[in-house]
Design a protein around this ligand. Structure first.
Ligand SMILES: C[S@@+](CC[C@H](N)C(=O)[O-])C[C@H]1O[C@@H](n2cnc3c(N)ncnc32)[C@H](O)[C@@H]1O
Length: 339
């Protein structure tokens, strides 16, 4: 079915169904559309009307039935001309879809041109996109009560929508407004023609849109605040980590230093203990050796160089440094020469 599956019809399913319902009831003899676009809504109007006139600045892409007359050009110029012709012929337009110029001034002018014409006497006018702020400004600016023939106006007859898809996110479009014209309306009927039962939906949508955007911004601000707090926490933790690494490095260096010192002290203790042992042993050797010398030489005589070297040699440290090796060589020579 066309109303569910048409890809180029620029209306929601609900709007299509509502328009189809009005057309089914009205069964227009003569209809007008302002804003042909591809021709999708025009095809549906033409399916219910005997004769349709459609205005647009651009040509439609869809194939259209024979009961359609296209009026290429600006509706603000062409529409009053056609309406004047129809009025002159005493004809009445039964159905109008206003969906052309979406500027506030443009939509207002289209509506006022229609209401000014005698060809609009018993007419159902549907206005598309009344949920859009600009279009709404235009339809709200029309003084409907100035035309006695206007008997009922319900601007949010089918409420519009707020887009969720990313490309149009939070934009307000759609919705059908209804203006019922009946020139036979008695002049004494002075009741309010504007629908009074419900809050107008478009301003509610505008408030909801503002709240949604504010919430989104608030969420974004909160998220960015949370991100900032997280970044700060990460920086603090990194700082703690750097300090902990510094402490660990210093402690490792101190431990290594202590271990090194310990090794040195242990080595010194070993070396000194060895030297002590050797020292004791060397003193004993020296005493024994001196005693042996004193036994072989008179007490008054001084020990000969060979003996001194001999005693010194007995006290040599082990292992023997290179210098002592040399002394050993010299001593051997002297001892040999002295004996
Ligand atoms: C939203 S589209 C119409 C959609 C169509 N009724 C549908 O439901 O598929 C609006 C159309 O109005 C036409 N338009 C805008 N300003 C116009 C003007 N001053 N006179 C005539 N047509 C105009 C645009 O070219 C555009 O094709």
């Amino acid at each position: 079915m066309e109303i569910f599956h048409d890809e180029v019809w620029q209306m929601s399913i609900g709007e299509r169904a509502a328009m189809e319902g009005v057309l089914c009831q009205v069964k227009p003899e003569l209809a007008i559309e302002i804003g042909t676009a591809e021709g999708a809504s025009l095809r549906r109007i033409a399916a219910h009307a005997r004769e349709v006139h459609s205005f647009d600045l651009v040509a439609p892409s869809l194939e259209l039935p024979d009961n359609v007359t296209l009026h290429p050009g600006d509706s603000h110029v062409k529409l009053p001309v056609l309406l004047a012709e129809l009025a002159a012929e005493g004809r009445n337009v039964d159905f109008v879809l206003v969906d052309g110029d979406h500027s506030a001034a443009g939509v207002r002018q289209d509506l006022e041109d229609l209401l000014d014409s005698d060809a609009i006497s018993r007419t159902y006018i549907i206005i598309h996109d009344i949920n859009n702020a600009e279009v709404r400004r235009g339809v709200d600016a029309v003084r409907y009560r100035s035309w006695r023939k206007v008997c009922y106006v319900e601007l949010d007859c089918v409420p519009g929508y707020m887009f969720k898809e990313e490309r149009l996110k939070y934009e307000l479009w759609g919705g059908l407004g209804l203006v019922v014209v009946d020139a036979s309306r008695p002049a004494y009927r002075t009741t309010e023609v504007l629908q009074q039962r419900y809050f107008p939906a478009a301003p509610l949508f505008a408030e909801l849109r503002d709240i949604s955007i504010a919430r989104k911004e608030d969420r974004a601000a909160r998220r960015s605040g949370e991100m900032e707090a997280l970044r700060k926490r990460v920086a603090e933790l990194e700082q703690c980590l750097t300090e902990a690494e510094g402490r660990a490095n210093r402690e490792r260096a101190a431990r290594e230093h202590l271990e090194h010192q310990g090794r040195r002290l242990r080595l010194r203790a070993v070396v000194e203990g060895d030297a002590d042992r050797r020292g004791h042993q060397d003193s004993a050797n020296f005493a024994t050796h001196s005693a042996a010398i004193s036994q072989t030489a008179p007490l008054t005589s001084r020990p000969r160089p060979a003996m001194v070297f001999s005693s010194a040699w007995v006290m040599k440290p082990t292992p023997m440094p290179l210098a002592m090796e040399k002394v050993k060589g010299i001593a051997s020579v002297v001892i040999t020469a002295g004996t």
